[in-house]
Design a binder for this molecule. Structure first.
Ligand SMILES: Cc1cc2nc3c(=O)[nH]c(=O)nc-3n(C[C@H](O)[C@H](O)[C@H](O)COP(=O)(O)O)c2cc1C
Length: 150
């Protein structure tokens, strides 16, 4: 039985979804698409991962909404995110938010994700090709580390 679950939202180029599907392949981790799955029941899980692209410096609002509206969420957590800029600030901010909500945070993984939002579309986008193979490999190592902590 899998006791790790990742709740995710991936709306721009499915960068985060692509990354997640690859890094949890053959691993005891379930993925739940927050924007498409209903009747989510987390009661059997010990650890929850939150994952999304970064939109205006934050994770997708469905993640915050889920946390605000539900009580059956395991208190051990981790974070995975992709962004055009690849910066650390959005993740640090979200970790602060999780801590305020009394979550323990086991770790965070981030990588760049192809971004054609706003003016970037006129130059063919930024972070082209990401998440790439190297991003996937590092992500797999991160998930293995999380699994080893459970
Ligand atoms: C509406 C919108 C806002 C974005 N804001 C940011 C941002 O503030 N910082 C950043 O680095 N990337 C930003 N991006 C780029 C995305 O974070 C990046 O492409 C990410 O990989 C998208 O993930 P997804 O394909 O899983 O949705 C934005 C993209 C969109 C569509």
């Amino acid at each position: 039985m899998n006791n790790i679950v990742i709740l995710y939202a991936s709306i721009h180029h499915k960068n985060t979804e692509k990354l997640l599907k690859e890094i949890v392949k053959d691993k005891p981790v379930d993925l739940i698409d927050l924007l498409h799955e209903k009747n989510i029941d987390l009661s059997k899980y010990k650890v929850v991962g939150f994952a999304s692209g970064i939109y205006y410096s934050k994770l997708h609002k469905s993640i915050y909404n889920y946390i605000e509206e539900n009580e059956d969420i395991p208190k051990k957590s981790f974070l995975v995110y992709t962004s055009g800029g690849g910066g650390k600030k959005p993740g640090d901010k979200f970790i602060g938010y999780l801590k305020e909500k009394d979550f323990e945070v086991l770790g965070a993984y981030k990588c760049k994700g192809y971004d054609t939002f706003g003016p970037f579309k006129y130059i063919g986008g930024i972070a082209k090709g990401h998440p790439n193979e190297k991003d996937m490999e590092k992500g797999k190592a991160f998930i293995e580390e999380i699994i080893s902590m459970v």
